[in-house]
Design a protein around this ligand. Structure first.
Ligand code: ZN
Length: 304
């Protein structure tokens, strides 16, 4: 048994209470249970409030992320529009070089394969839709970039081939600054002044000794003397093109020499059947003599 003495000094009262040990244990256990329940309730309450706060933050984040995804999708669309200028440029370059253009469907094919991961299917239909659009857009844009890169390499190779070809096409006046006189076609013979003959080239008048330059890259295929043409130099340019320079005074190159457009090859003379110093200039394409005027670029922008 335990005696509990309660003393009140103010009222000057003293009371005593006798409790059995069993009652004291019972009261202690009761107090402990109440304290525990209160604690658990407090913790649960606090946890609930914390989770609620977290959900609210996640919802805000989610909303923001959806906005970002939407913005990303629109940004990609803008990049596609921007890239269309590259496609237009590609078509222009290919048209200029007489190359087949790339069909619009091929530009929009995308690449797929490695690197393309479909979005997680556990997402909501709305988010899944946006992500799918973004993945598809990136894939197509990547395809466009790779295609343009490959196209540029093709264009570069074609330009190199064309430059090589153009370098071998006769395209300049072999006596720069000198007027082309008697032209290609039928004319009255300038010596007997009565017979009409075909004139297979053009005559470029210049003082004796004026320098003659080759009109394209090629190889000196012949240097010989002809009764009518006098001292004649023939150049084989490849691709079926040849040029001939007749009535020369002197040859300044040797047979089989490789010459570049604009290189000095001879001087003007009046050898052979000629009335005054000039160059009789011929252009031969696949064995056919053609009008050299059609092969002289008056602007000289590209070829000089
Ligand atoms: Zn002539």
């Amino acid at each position: 048994m335990v005696d509990i003495l309660v003393v009140s000094k103010r009222r000057n009262i003293t009371r005593s209470m006798r409790l059995s040990l069993r009652s004291i244990i019972f009261l202690s256990v009761g107090c402990l249970i109440i304290t525990l329940i209160t604690f658990v309730l407090f913790v649960n309450n606090a946890r609930g409030a914390f989770i609620k706060l977290n959900i609210s933050e996640i919802e805000k984040d989610n909303e923001l992320l959806l906005k970002k995804l939407d913005s990303l999708y629109h940004f990609l669309n803008y990049e596609h529009t921007h890239f269309d200028r590259q496609i237009t440029q590609d078509n222009r370059e290919r048209t200029f070089l007489q190359m087949a253009y790339i069909h619009p469907d091929i530009w929009s094919m995308g690449v797929g394969g490695k690197g393309y991961e479909p979005p997680d299917e556990n997402l909501t239909a709305h988010t899944l839709g946006i992500l799918n659009d973004i993945y598809e857009s990136i894939d197509i844009l990547k395809g466009k970039c790779l295609l343009r890169k490959a196209s540029l390499e093709e264009i570069e190779n074609q330009v190199e081939r064309n430059l090589y070809l153009w370098a071998h096409i006769p395209s300049v006046n072999p006596v720069p600054g000198r007027r082309i006189g008697s032209g290609f076609g039928y004319r009255v013979d300038p010596i007997d002044k009565k017979t009409v003959r075909m004139h297979w080239g053009v005559d470029i008048g210049a003082p004796r000794g004026t320098l003659i330059y080759v009109s394209a890259d090629g190889v000196i295929s012949d240097i010989s003397w002809h009764r009518g043409y006098g001292l004649t130099i023939e150049v084989d340019h490849g691709f079926g093109f040849k040029t001939r320079y007749a009535h020369c005074k002197t040859a300044l190159v040797k047979r089989s020499a490789y010459v570049k457009r604009g290189q000095l090859i001879a001087t003007v003379g009046s050898t052979g059947r000629s009335t005054c110093p000039h160059v009789h200039y011929e252009v031969i394409v696949s064995g056919v003599k053609v009008n050299p005027r059609n092969y002289i670029d008056s602007s000289n922008i590209i070829f000089d």
